[in-house]
Design a protein around this ligand. Structure first.
Ligand SMILES: Cc1cc2nc3c(=O)[nH]c(=O)nc-3n(C[C@H](O)[C@H](O)[C@H](O)COP(=O)(O)OP(=O)(O)OC[C@H]3O[C@@H](n4cnc5c(N)ncnc54)[C@H](O)[C@@H]3O)c2cc1C
Length: 398
């Protein structure tokens, strides 16, 4: 017997994009069902550094691009949610740092300093007075520049938990082994079918499956939008002696180029040890390198960017992951959250964790314009609830 379920909106993929949208739609009185085929957040979202960018990182070339403008409002949007006055309740989220640091070994060029002091950036960027510097940067041999960027870094698991918990019974796991097929008519998709035993009918279908959107689009016969993957090999390290941990820092190391040489965020293993999670150029250029090549490079890099700091003996790990995005010319970085609709199927990639609120706004505006109604639904689920994915912090060092 086929079980017939109905809901207002089916969302496929429980990363940050799917969860944020799911939380908002249910809160607005619609019935939205989120389908996940692995674990919540397992792909890009739990690989992310948790930085709520406001765009300054993309303006290091001195130009306020579309990227900078689109993302500029995001830290305030997230802050309102952290304070309990935003679209979603993030009051229980663990804030790892309320700001990030930017440092350069040498004094920054006068052009860069006046750009940081310009009207566009001065509300977000402050120089750090010597007395206020964190211990790592108080060393007399540090003679460079240190700035504070007022954008927070969040513990991503606690973000996902806050979004998922209120609507847990509407977030279900569909094992990868189940065959998913679409039932269509001339107006678009009517329902999806799992094997031959469950049919889920909905007014709209939103694809927020990250890298999984590609296979979903193929199964729907949709050729455009196409997807691109931009791979990264992230590097992680921690002190071998967990009694003498690395200092917890959230900082970008600046060189002369328009991208940070390295972006370091700090996370905590179960034994309390501090893990440095290193992205930036090294993670982009290290794609395809062997473990020994990239970790040797990373050790050298840390010695170069923090020459005054005596690194403890370190244990290393790496994590390879693809960023999944709408296809761009020459594999460049997309500037904004992306959403395109084919009738009642909506294909979405946030392109940044920070842009999830913006993506949800756009999808909701589209659904409302297409006359989404809070309809009748029957939801007694025979499918299990999806569970939270694991963080990298303990699993990658095994
Ligand atoms: C290393 C790294 C660091 C980053 N750091 C930051 C940062 O600090 N700040 C920032 O703003 N952005 C950052 N980003 C970007 C950000 O992480 C991503 O843009 C964002 O997490 C994408 O979210 P998503 O929900 O679209 O996709 P994902 O997080 O990839 O989630 C997709 C979900 O869909 C599920 N799925 C796939 N196929 C199916 C299917 N067929 N059926 C059901 N479920 C399916 C997957 O299992 C997964 O749970 C970073 C990205 C990377 C890779």
């Amino acid at each position: 017997m086929t079980q017939q379920l109905s809901t207002d909106v089916v969302i496929i993929g429980a990363g940050i994009a799917g969860l944020w949208l799911h939380n908002r739609l249910n809160q607005m009185g619609f019935h939205a069902l989120l389908l996940e085929n692995k674990t919540i957040g397992n792909a890009q979202t739990l690989s992310s550094q948790g930085i709520i960018h406001g765009g300054a990182k993309y303006a290091l070339n001195g130009i306020f691009s579309t990227a900078t403008q689109a993302i500029g409002a995001m830290p305030a949007r997230w802050q309102a949610c952290l304070d309990g006055t935003g679209d979603v309740d993030l009051t229980k989220v663990k804030v790892l740092a309320d700001h990030q640091l930017l440092w350069s070994k040498q004094q920054l060029s006068s052009k860069m300093m006046s750009f940081f002091a310009s009207k566009a950036l001065s509300s977000r960027m402050e120089t750090v007075a010597k007395a206020d510097r964190p211990k790592l940067f108080q060393h007399p041999e540090f003679k460079g520049s240190l700035y504070q960027l007022n954008e927070p870094v969040l513990d991503v698991t606690s973000v996902l938990t806050s979004l998922a918990q209120p609507w847990q019974d509407r977030i279900v796991q569909i094992p990868e082994s189940r065959e998913l097929s679409w039932q269509k008519n001339s107006d678009g998709v009517q329902s999806i079918q799992l094997d031959n035993d469950i049919t889920i009918q909905a007014q709209h279908f939103v694809l927020t499956a990250g890298e999984g959107n590609e296979a979903l689009l193929n199964s729907l016969g949709i050729k455009k939008p196409a997807m691109q993957r931009r791979p990264l090999q992230m590097v992680l390290c921690k002190a071998k002696d967990h009694q003498q941990p690395l200092p917890a820092i959230y900082a970008h190391s600046l060189g002369t180029g328009s991208k940070p040489i390295a972006t370091i965020t700090s996370h905590f293993a179960e034994d309390g040890n501090v893990i440095w999670y290193i992205g930036g150029n090294i993670a982009e250029q290290g794609v395809g390198q062997s473990f020994t090549e990239i970790t040797t490079e990373a050790q050298k890099l840390l010695t170069e960017i923090l020459p005054w700091f005596e690194l403890p003996e370190l244990e290393w790990a790496t994590h390879s992951v693809n960023r999944a995005e709408p296809k761009q010319f020459a594999l460049s970085r997309p500037d904004t959250a992306f959403i395109e609709s084919k009738n009642n199927v909506h294909i979405a990639w946030p392109t940044k964790l920070a842009l999830a609120p913006d993506l949800a706004d756009t999808v909701i505006a589209k659904l409302t314009k297409q006359n989404l109604q809070a309809g009748k639904h029957n939801a007694p689920m025979t499918l299990p609830s999806a569970i939270m994915g694991q963080t990298l912090w303990d699993s990658v060092f095994k």
